[in-house]
Design a protein around this ligand. Structure first.
Ligand SMILES: Nc1ncnc2c1ncn2[C@@H]1O[C@H](COP(=O)(O)OP(=O)(O)O)[C@@H](O)[C@H]1O
Ligand SMILES: [Mg+2]
Length: 224
């Protein structure tokens, strides 16, 4: 098992009280599976993905990644986990505006300490796999929405993470670009054996996944 999230609770302060977003959410992900997390807007999908990625901490509950408890990671190990073991794609691509597409993709590898040449080479391979090699010297604002998201996927994959987490990656794309992004992600799952969890409120997208989870009232149920 790649990732095991067990009984996750998370509440946020809201005015005088609290909003309990996650109330015992659990899910297991296997290596090389494409899984979908569906749920209405506001159901807590982003919160859950951020917790899985070690970006925010749960109030209680444990995440085990390859058998190791993420809660116990020391800061240095947690940084490595976020940068190299997990790839994250946000709804809004979060590309750095002053860097070209290929430089954006290289960044996590450079942070990891990979040489410039090697980072560039790997970034170019990924941009080819995602059919945007010809856009490598473009800046984010010179890319279409679909191209920006594909660049963000390439960046999330450069350190060969075992798990790719994508938070509504097609949320700002038209139908055609959404379908093509999901096809590309599906291909990457098959060729690289990376596990993928995509959060979406779009019921159509749910069909793409091998495993379908649903987040509702703070808990996760499995649909198939
Ligand atoms: N940092 C925060 N502080 C307070 N409330 C938050 C915070 N983050 C999320 N929430 C609330 O938690 C609920 C779930 O949000 P979110 O995880 O973004 O849902 P989804 O991604 O499914 O739309 C919402 O009601 C949201 O307002
Ligand atoms: Mg969200």
């Amino acid at each position: 098992m790649l990732l095991d999230a067990e009984n996750i609770h998370k509440k946020f302060q809201s005015g005088d009280g609290f909003v309990e977003v996650l109330r015992g959410a659990s899910l297991r992900l296997e290596k090389g599976d494409l899984s979908i997390l569906s749920g209405q807007s506001g159901s807590g999908k982003s919160t859950f993905l951020y917790i899985l990625a070690g970006l925010i901490r749960p109030d209680t509950g444990d995440i085990r990644f390859n058998g190791e408890s993420v809660n116990d990671f020391m800061p240095e190990k947690l940084d490595y986990f976020r940068n190299s073991e997990i790839g994250f794609v946000f709804q809004m691509h979060h590309l750095m505006p002053d860097f070209t597409a290929v430089e954006n993709v290289m960044m996590p590898a450079l942070i990891k300490g990979v040489s410039r040449n090697q980072s560039y080479e790997t970034a170019c391979e990924l941009l080819s796999d995602l059919s945007i090699f010809h856009r490598k010297f473009h800046y984010p604002n010179q890319l279409s929405g679909g191209e920006q998201q594909r660049t963000a996927v390439a960046r999330a994959l450069i350190n060969s993470p075992e798990l790719l987490l994508a938070d509504e990656p097609t949320g700002n794309l038209d139908e055609e670009n959404a379908v093509s992004l999901i096809k590309l992600i599906t291909k990457l799952v098959d060729t690289r054996g990376v596990g993928v969890l995509i959060a979406t409120h779009n019921p159509d997208l749910a069909k793409a996944g091998k495993r379908l989870f649903r987040l509702s009232e703070g808990r996760i149920t499995m649909r198939n």
